[in-house]
Design a protein around this ligand. Structure first.
Ligand code: NDP
Length: 322
């Protein structure tokens, strides 16, 4: 099997490399080895559609995993053309290739496709209404994928919508822990709600969703799936929890949870508006897994977000990264 993974230097891309390399090592001796290419910006700039098409034609992948994205949410307000090229046109090209060649396409999207005005959890069918350029470009990416597969009888795709990703790289948790070492107090937004999602959890989950341990593709209904762990919090809740875990594992911080002050989003204006509610229901993914008899995988969606954050902060401490 030939696999092409885009975005190898990002949080999710690095986690996918770890998951896929571990799956290769677990193959029985004598098994057919998959051919896997991890692609970064230096190998193919995704704003160059011609280069992307040429790469796909040359590699002829049976599985394409797109972990790349233009993720600079605020900068996207001034670079919307670039955000659209990477987040909408490039996945559209990948999806078109997959639909034309009977390949499987895995892609990732975001809570930012919603306006955050809904009272409860978002479901997959809720209307997209992104607030800023990044969200609009990611929503256009989803639409481009749906359009590419709309009239195709071959190939399959899954778009995993997720939120508040943390992994190897810069993210909110690492920023908070860095600030907690240097400052005496922190102000953190308490009226935006979402679910922190571990990049390694999402990488493993999405790869296993589409590929079995012998590296055969699994069949699944094409579509968008919400993929986040269980529970919910606010940025303030996440910051307080991460700081407490760091203290618990013996990291010396100037800030303790009592010095973190909850503030309103309006008190911390940013160039791009954020959804106030990013909570997403995962029932569709759970039902899909249960209907194919994959009960243990469906259980992974019940893992509380706190477990992932606790493991992440503990590992950062062990690695001397706090
Ligand atoms: P990162 O920003 O960590 O990684 C994105 C990767 O895309 C980077 O390696 C970057 O390359 C690459 N990239 C950007 N522009 C180009 C380009 N023009 N050509 C080639 N490569 C490019 O993102 P995450 O891993 O956090 O996000 C993974 C997915 O999850 C994305 O689809 C994102 O939209 C989605 N998501 C992320 C959330 C988050 O909180 N981070 C929340 C919800 C969804 P380089 O390293 O060279 O810059």
């Amino acid at each position: 099997m030939k696999i092409l993974v885009f975005g190898k230097d990002g949080q999710l891309g690095k986690a996918l490399q770890h998951s896929i390399e571990a799956a290769v090592l677990a193959l029985p001796v004598g098994s057919n080895q998959p051919s896997i290419q991890f692609v970064g910006r230096a190998d193919c700039d995704l704003s160059d559609g011609v280069a992307l098409e040429a790469l796909l034609s040359r590699c002829k992948p049976q599985l394409i995993i797109n972990a790349s994205a233009y993720t600079a949410v605020d900068k996207a307000e001034d670079e919307s053309d670039l955000a659209f090229a990477v987040n909408a046109r490039a996945p559209g090209i990948m999806a078109h290739y997959a639909a034309q060649h009977g390949a499987t396409f895995l892609h990732y999207s975001t809570d930012y496709v919603f306006d955050g005005a809904k009272a409860g959890c978002y479901v997959e069918e809720d209307v997209r209404n992104p607030l800023g350029a990044y969200g609009k470009s990611k929503a256009a990416g989803e639409e481009a994928i749906e359009a590419a597969f709309a009239n195709s009888k071959q190939g399959q795709y899954a778009v995993f919508r997720t939120s508040w990703v943390y992994g190897e790289g810069g993210n909110f948790i690492r920023t908070i822990l860095r600030l907690a070492k240097d400052r005496d107090a922190l102000n953190v937004i308490h009226d935006q709600h979402g679910v922190p999602t571990s990049a390694s959890w999402l990488a493993q989950f999405s790869f296993d969703f589409a590929v079995d341990p012998s590296f055969s593709i699994r069949a699944f209904p094409s579509g968008i799936y919400h993929a986040v762990p269980a529970g919910e919090t606010t940025w303030y809740g996440l910051a307080s929890f991460a700081v407490q875990v760091a203290l618990d594992v013996g990291i010396a911080l100037k800030v303790v949870p009592a010095n973190i002050k909850p503030i309103l989003a309006v008190e911390y204006p940013l160039p791009a508006p954020r959804p106030m509610n990013s909570r997403m229901a995962t029932g569709k993914l759970q039902n899909t897994l249960v209907s194919r008899g994959d009960m243990s995988k469906s259980q992974q969606l019940h893992q509380p977000w706190t477990e992932g954050v606790r493991a992440y902060v503990t590992q950062l401490a062990k690695d001397g990264l706090i």
